[in-house]
Design a binder for this molecule. Structure first.
Ligand SMILES: Nc1ncnc2c1ncn2[C@@H]1O[C@H](COP(=O)(O)OP(=O)(O)OP(=O)(O)O)[C@@H](O)[C@H]1O
Ligand SMILES: [Mg+2]
Length: 631
């Protein structure tokens, strides 16, 4: 059986990675590989960097988050540069709790989960290897064995700073099991694993009455008190709280600010001094990155309470807003659908895009700048060209509302609505209109949509609908032409030949008869009129195009029908205008004749083969466009 072989192989691989030796041997290893002794923060930072980075438009992209987190490049850059990087360098921020603050379902938990999984993997690599005192429930750092008075000397020899003191349990073991000889203490390589509770801890708020501090810091093992005689014997204590288990790695506090205060106090000294109190023992040193998440409302309530000042000053807040790019939002939905039980359902092209347009609109704030409506802003944010605006305008727009993206519709709502649209249909095939309808029908059930917001949201639904109408019309018209690109190119070449002859006062030669002809004024005008070029403006327009062509030629590039935005639009509109009647009559005829039927079948086949529809969604699209054209 293949799967069993794989399991066996994985086990063997893990066996190969195992290492065990004395503390003396460990020090030899450290001489060669200093990185083995890095702090938890440094390990997280290097793990992220091990996936590589690239710089795009002044922004560093961390590939660790590729294919999982979309559209949050700026927030992620801030997270790495304001927290992970300085923390890795042992700067003071590592003594702070990292608090990700953002709206519901905006990716906070996903980011933390990625860090945890990433660190587990990393501890299995050469660079990310971690070693601990063997048999220690807290996988204590072996370097804690070095007595305080020798640490300065150790630093000079190894270049490694040691923080924290040997735990009560290991102090006792050193005496009893090793006779005080630190060189003999056994050290082993450990592998982070949340399941096995090594180096990764999670704490979730539950009922405050029953939640026990022992969950965090461990507890007395009453069954062994008789054996060891006293509660303050470390052997009578179970160091199995989340804070103990997360030592050397990551400790996650879910919904931190919902936690009862008594849990939070432990974090004060853990973050600041790197130790916490458990049972009746001296302070226990721990090295763990503490990451928590919360939403804005809870955060505001927390900081407005004076009592929380001490903790507040130990927190670094990194906002994790919603993504604000339509194309990235689409990818979020694709990912969520792939991971859900809806992955077998056919989702017609553009359905997710239309939902994404709606969501992004709910998250954007209207700009006060002249001439920029919300749709233009949405396009600019997604990196599209918008006439009359450039990259500087984009930067200004972003600065206008630094808090943008902290509210609006969340991805989970959209996915829920898509799934309820699926339930309502008999066939497992969903189109853009189904999605929009379902989004709209859900407003009343969504707890945080006020009646004021609802009005605005209805307007966004209708904007998204209009966008879809344009997309749908274009798609069908394209599918009506045997090869759209080919036709566009032919028409363009024809137009350019005529423009050239017109500007240079040449004649054209008829390719069939060889006769000389005047430039075809009627053809040129029929194209130019599509984009509103008047009789008076036509010469200037044609000359401008010729200048463009020669500019392209000088750079050794070919001018094609994509090279000139307005000309491309004109060509497209002209093609569609020629087609319009055919499309209209064919798609809306209740009793199509034989040739119309043939055409419809051809178009449906093309929509299926080249455009990603299935037969249900292709027929729905044709019917819809037919009704649009007949309005
Ligand atoms: N920017 C994003 N990129 C990729 N996926 C995202 C993004 N934002 C949200 N998601 C997806 O949305 C879902 C919810 O995200 P997640 O649980 O991480 O949010 P959260 O911020 O922790 O929310 P909550 O406050 O409700 O706990 C997940 O499936 C996640 O993958
Ligand atoms: Mg969450």
């Amino acid at each position: 059986m293949d799967i069993l072989n794989k399991v066996k192989q994985a086990r063997e691989e893990e066996d190969q990675l195992k290492w065990e030796g004395t503390f003396a041997e460990y020090l030899d290893l450290l001489k060669e590989r200093k990185e083995v002794a890095q702090t938890s923060h440094s390990r997280v930072y290097h793990m992220i960097n091990s996936f590589g980075t690239t710089k795009e438009k002044g922004l560093t992209k961390y590939h660790f988050f590729d294919d999982a987190i979309y559209g949050l490049d700026e927030a992620i850059e801030r997270l790495v540069e304001e927290y992970f990087h300085p923390a890795a360098k042992r700067l003071d921020v590592r003594k702070r709790i990292l608090l990700l603050m953002g709206p519901v379902s905006g990716g906070k938990s996903t980011i933390v989960t990625m860090l945890k999984r990433g660190l587990e993997e990393y501890s299995r690599t050469e660079e990310g290897a971690v070693y601990a005192i063997k048999g220690c429930p807290m996988h204590e750092d072996p370097l804690h064995l070095i007595p305080n008075h020798l640490r300065e000397e150790f630093y000079e020899e190894f270049g490694i700073r040691i923080e924290g003191s040997l735990s009560p349990l290991n102090t006792m073991r050193l005496e009893q099991e090793y006779d005080g000889r630190i060189e003999n203490v056994l050290v082993e390589r450990i592998f982070f694993s949340e399941d096995k509770r090594v180096g990764i801890g999670t704490f979730t708020p539950s009922d405050p009455k029953s939640q026990d501090i022992a969950d965090l810091t461990g507890s007395i093992d009453f069954s062994t008190i008789a054996e060891f005689g006293s509660e303050s014997d470390p052997r009578a204590y179970r160091f199995d709280g989340e804070l103990n288990k997360a030592n050397r790695g990551i400790m996650e506090f879910q919904e931190m600010l919902k936690l009862d205060e008594k849990f939070l106090w432990h974090l004060l000294s853990l973050t600041q001094e790197g130790n916490f109190k458990a049972g009746r023992f001296a302070l226990i040193s721990a090295d763990e990155m503490i990451v928590a998440h919360t939403n804005e409302t809870e955060y505001r309530a927390f900081i407005s309470n004076k009592k929380n000042e001490a903790l507040h000053s130990r927190i670094i807040v990194i906002p994790i807003p919603y993504n604000l790019k339509v194309s990235q939002e689409e990818r979020i939905y694709e990912k969520m659908i792939r991971e859900s039980d809806m992955s077998h359902v056919h989702i017609a092209p553009h359905a997710l895009r239309v939902a994404a347009i709606f969501s992004i609109l709910t998250r954007l704030k209207a700009s006060k700048k002249q001439g920029i409506d919300i749709v233009k802003k949405m396009r600019l944010y997604d990196g599209e060209n918008v006439e009359g605006f450039n990259i500087n305008d984009l930067e200004e727009l972003k600065k206008e509302y630094p808090n943008e993206g902290m509210d609006g519709i969340d991805p989970r709502y959209v996915i829920n609505r898509i799934s309820s649209a699926i339930i309502r249909k008999e066939v497992p095939s969903i189109n853009a209109l189904d999605v929009l309808r379902s989004l709209k029908d859900g407003f009343d059930q969504h707890a945080s949509i006020t009646s004021e917001a609802k009005e605005a949201y209805l307007n966004y639904i209708s904007i998204a609908r209009k966008e879809y109408d344009e997309i749908a019309k274009k798609e069908v018209q394209k599918a009506f032409v045997y090869s759209y690109e080919e036709s566009a190119k032919t028409l363009m070449d024809n137009y350019l030949d005529n423009v050239e002859a017109f500007c240079n006062k040449h004649k054209l030669r008829d390719p069939l008869t060889g006769e000389e002809m005047n430039p075809d004024e009627k053809l040129m005008r029929s194209i130019e009129e599509q984009i509103g070029i008047s009789e008076n403006a036509k010469r200037a327009f044609r000359e401008e195009i010729l200048i463009r062509i020669s500019a392209y030629a000088r750079k050794g590039q070919r001018f094609n029908y994509q090279s000139h935005e307005r000309l491309r639009e004109a060509i497209q509109k002209k093609l569609f205008a020629d087609l319009k009647d055919v499309v209209k009559i064919t798609t809306s005829s209740a009793t199509p004749d034989e040739s119309q039927l043939k055409k419809i079948n051809e178009v449906v086949a093309r929509l299926i083969d080249d455009y990603g529809y299935n037969s249900v969604s292709a027929n729905e699209l044709l019917r819809y466009v037919g009704s649009l054209l007949n309005r």
